[in-house]
Write a protein that binds this ligand. Structure first.
Ligand SMILES: [Cu+2]
Length: 445
């Protein structure tokens, strides 16, 4: 891809990350700085940086001044975590070309993973707390606007802690046939949960068919439902009154994997008022102790207004929003596998009287449970027996891996204190999706 620019002009670009995997991306342009001016569509006070890290679900607009010598320059995208040089060494490039010249900045074959980023000040740095000024986190930037009165005592304060859990969940580990600790470590599927709950969709859509919904199944962190063998699987719904002020303290305990979860809200924006990191891992209790001691700092001076934010692994992010929009709104990790298996919840804002009725003949839907295969258990046991005896060979790796270091895709998990269960490394990432779409919105600002 080639983006054409005019010397002496400012150019506004928009980066959108639809990264569905654990793959933040550092964006930079050789010899040029970036001046981010919006995040998730909301204007911010401009800052000049050398690179910008973008997470799944985020959008950033930034300005590039075409103030260098007329020529061609690489726009670089360097993947982190599952995309970094431990696993995939994933990077991409595009070309920024001044009007009046042709060609490329260098031979593409000379580009390497290591050369696909730019030194210097990075904004939205991965797994860091606001620090010493050599980088900037999302919490360090300042909004142009103030999003209402968010500094008063919140009407609701929700703690949300999350990590990957070694549960026998019904989605991946049948507790009788192939429980978590009975299979090879690199086949164990840790499940990312919020407050030890995997979000399950309700039996009918509450927005359009409220009369069909079984509200008795709804659950939350203190009232868990449908729990089997420690695995809770229920519609995780938090009720808040319209126009109330809601505070969320997101805690990534970070014991399993060195991962990163970008959290995204629907129907609202939130102010990012705090961020911190205690180390490679932490606990909910530790963060709560800090809060009780008044040590969780909150910034109310033009905090950035966003709808997607990262949480440092082993740390926390504090956000507040005013629940202005009645309805049922998803709040979830933006990584596809994580939200698919239940790393999300729903804010129910207001009550049903505030939600308009659906049009006549609006399509209806609900649970559909297929008839179980009559001999499923027997067939599966026979399959496993045949596999054990070498009669069947099964390759679980769906796609070949180009990893320098074959095997699990995440870094080695650390062990939780007092746990006598051994942690395991994770699943292979079968394929890499590194999607960063950069579109020139306004060539001339
Ligand atoms: Cu996640």
């Amino acid at each position: 891809m080639v983006i054409f620019i005019l010397q002496g002009y400012r150019h506004r670009l928009r980066a959108v990350s639809n990264s569905i995997q654990n793959c933040p991306i550092i964006i930079s342009v050789d010899n040029h700085t970036l001046i981010p001016i919006t995040t998730d569509g909301m204007p911010i006070q401009p800052v000049e940086v050398d690179s910008l890290t973008i997470y799944g679900g985020e959008r950033w607009d930034f300005v590039v001044n075409a103030s260098e010598e007329i020529g061609t320059y690489w726009i670089k995208f360097q993947g982190l975590l599952d995309c970094d040089d431990r696993f995939k060494s994933a990077y991409q490039v595009a070309v920024m070309r001044y009007e009046g010249v042709t060609g490329y900045p260098s031979d593409l074959d000379e580009m390497t993973y290591d050369s696909s980023s730019r030194e210097g000040m990075n904004l939205n740095t991965l797994n860091q707390a606001p620090g010493d000024g050599t980088f900037l986190t999302a919490a360090d930037i300042r909004s142009i606007h103030q999003d209402g009165d968010i500094s008063r005592t919140p009407d609701y304060k929700f703690w949300m802690d999350f990590d990957f859990k070694d549960k026998d969940n019904e989605l991946f580990h049948n507790k009788e046939l192939y429980p978590f600790y009975s299979i090879k470590k690199n086949r164990q599927v840790y499940i990312p949960q919020i407050n030890e709950i995997s979000m399950r969709l309700p039996n009918a859509p509450p927005l359009s068919q409220p009369e069909d919904v079984d509200y008795s199944t709804f659950c939350n962190g203190t009232d868990k439902k449908n729990c089997t063998n420690g695995f809770c699987y229920c519609p995780h719904v938090l009720n808040v009154e319209k126009d109330s002020l809601v505070e969320l303290i997101l805690v990534d305990e970070g014991y399993v994997y060195w991962a990163n979860h970008p959290f995204h809200i629907h129907g609202h924006t939130f102010s990012v008022i705090g961020m911190g990191r205690l180390g490679e891992n932490t606990t909910l209790e530790k963060i709560q102790e800090l809060d009780e001691a008044g040590l969780l700092e909150r910034n109310f001076d033009h905090p950035p207004i966003k709808d997607t934010v990262t949480v440092p692994d082993g740390g926390y992010t504090i956000i507040r929003f005013i629940a202005k929009n009645p309805g049922y709104w998803l709040f979830h990790c933006h990584l596809t596998f994580h939200v698919e298996v239940g790393m999300g919840l729903v804010f129910h804002v207001g009550d049903q009287s505030m939600i308009p009725k659906v049009p006549k003949d609006f399509p209806r839907c609900g649970h559909w449970t297929p008839e179980p295969e009559p001999d499923f258990r027997e067939n599966l046991l026979q399959f496993l027996k045949d596999q054990d005896e070498g009669k069947i060979s099964v390759n679980f790796d769906l796609l070949p891996s180009n990893a320098k270091q074959p095997g699990p895709s995440y870094s080695t998990p650390t062990r939780r204190p007092h746990s006598n269960k051994q942690s395991s490394q994770g699943r292979n990432v079968a394929s890499l999706t590194l999607i960063a779409i950069v579109a020139v919105l306004l060539t001339l600002v």
